[in-house]
Design a protein around this ligand. Structure first.
Ligand SMILES: *Cc1c(COP(=O)(O)O)cnc(C)c1O
Length: 437
């Protein structure tokens, strides 16, 4: 059977076309090679992250009965028999090269916008020669939310979901809108008052119905939960459906492959709901079970803004769960998350890794963004700037040394965010002293 994709939603949604009509040559290569048509998935079951209770695969699931995130489990022995590290390394480098470690069963469920492997970019002038930025701003919709949402929407489609609602600080809503509209799934999105204007507009432009709410993201989440309880839609909140984490874990898989199957000494991750941090930690365990990496792990640094730092407070108080952060405020909207349903999973991973949770203030964030742009030519998003600011704190406090390889995550393109004004005008009809410019 030929792999097929389905063109942009609406009336054409059931008119499957051969891949070759729909995509460029490069992408055709990736998809046909990385996604042979219907194949067995290696998923065995889902598991409650708190109690370990098992749930059946291929069913609609939200949170577990204990109200906690569900984790997808695979038959890793069978994966080890099906693919070698070298065979995987020889595949095209997009997200679908990891297919054996992903939950999708049917190739024609996949709703793709071209999920490339993101580069590791050195920023020697602003951070030193051992530091690389994993630049997630290159992904579809300009943020790493694409990794999670391409997987979650693909699974929603596979499981027959037709209407989704989600709270968002911006980028998740944009990624959901894009992928869902592409396959004809309806989306309703709730954004806190302080969501960046560009995000609200890109969500609307990509076919979702988006509403600003006079509250924080967890209060938007409460509206989504209420509608879901009334049967109006499926709840796509962070970690309340099981597949976003599987998409986000590809950051960890990719990092291992890009680093020659040797992980860095430290990872700095801007932490809101923590999906990426939890996902990478899961990825490392799966890679070790496959025998593709050893038991060494990076120290995981969960980075938050000092105006919204519930995980940092819980880390420092040595407790398992984080209390809600009141009056949350920071320029880094993506990490303005007062309460995270996966708090204990973030804290466990950070502690088990020997890392820390670090808070940085908005001035340090903006300074870091300015430095990386001005000195290294890399325009970070504010959350990416937060990781550079936290790295500087870690160096100052002796947590990372000169010999440590460090990876910072820049989770969205800096182009989405307001930049300082640069309004210099010249009068073409007047006398211009060009040598003085
Ligand atoms: C969502 C988001 C984050 C936080 O990611 P989590 O994995 O949910 O913690 C960080 N930065 C940006 C730009 C985001 O959009």
């Amino acid at each position: 059977m030929l792999p097929v994709i389905v063109p942009v939603g609406g009336a054409a949604a059931d008119a499957a076309v051969p891949l070759s009509f729909a995509m460029g040559a490069h992408y055709r290569l990736c998809m046909t090679e990385n996604l042979s048509a219907d194949r067995p998935s290696f998923v065995t079951h889902l598991e409650c992250s708190l109690t370990g209770e098992r749930y059946r695969a291929d069913r609609l699931h939200g949170l577990s009965k204990a109200g906690r995130p569900l984790l997808v489990r695979y038959d890793l022995d069978a994966v080890r028999g099906a693919v070698t590290r070298d065979a995987l390394s020889a595949r095209p480098t997009d997200l679908w090269r990891w297919r054996e470690l992903l939950p999708v069963r049917r190739t024609d469920s996949i709703v793709s916008l071209g999920e490339i492997e993101t580069p590791l970019v050195p920023i020697p002038a602003s951070a030193g020669r051992r530091v690389l930025v994993k630049d997630e701003g290159r992904l579809p919709t300009g943020s790493f939310k694409a990794r999670g949402l391409v997987m979650a929407v693909t699974m929603a489609r596979e499981l027959g979901i037709t209407r989704i609602a989600m709270p968002t600080n911006g980028n998740a809503g944009a990624a959901l809108a894009a992928y869902a509209s592409r396959c004809g799934i309806e989306t309703i999105i709730f954004a806190p008052a302080e969501t960046p204007e560009v995000n609200v507009r890109e969500i609307a432009a990509q076919g979702a119905r988006v509403y600003r709410v006079n509250g924080q993201i967890d209060e938007c989440g409460a509206l989504v939960a209420k509608g879901a309880a009334e049967g109006l839609w499926f709840d796509f909140s962070t970690l309340k459906e099981p597949y976003r984490i599987e998409g986000k874990k590809t950051m960890g898989l990719e990092l291992a492959a890009q680093s020659g199957w040797r992980l860095p000494a430290a990872i700095f991750y801007p932490t809101g709901g923590g999906t990426g941090l939890i996902g990478m930690w899961k990825a490392f365990d799966e890679l070790e079970a496959l025998g593709w990496i050893g038991p060494e792990r990076p120290r995981m640094y969960a980075v938050q803004a000092s105006g919204c730092a519930p995980i940092v407070r819980a880390f420092e108080a040595n407790v398992e769960h984080a209390e809600r952060w009141e009056n949350a405020a920071t320029v880094a909207a993506g990490i303005r998350v007062p309460r995270a349903v996966g708090d204990f999973l973030i804290l466990r991973a950070v502690r088990a890794s020997g890392g820390r949770a670090i808070a940085v203030d908005d001035d340090a964030i903006l300074q870091a963004v300015d430095d990386a742009a001005r000195r290294d030519g890399l325009l970070l998003c504010p959350e990416g700037g937060a990781t550079l600011a936290a790295y500087r704190v870690a160096v100052r406090d002796g947590l990372v040394g000169d010999d440590d390889d460090v990876v910072l995550f820049n989770c969205a393109t800096g182009l989405k965010y307001p930049m300082p004004e640069a309004a210099n005008w010249l009068d073409k009809n007047g006398a211009i002293d060009l040598a003085s410019l």
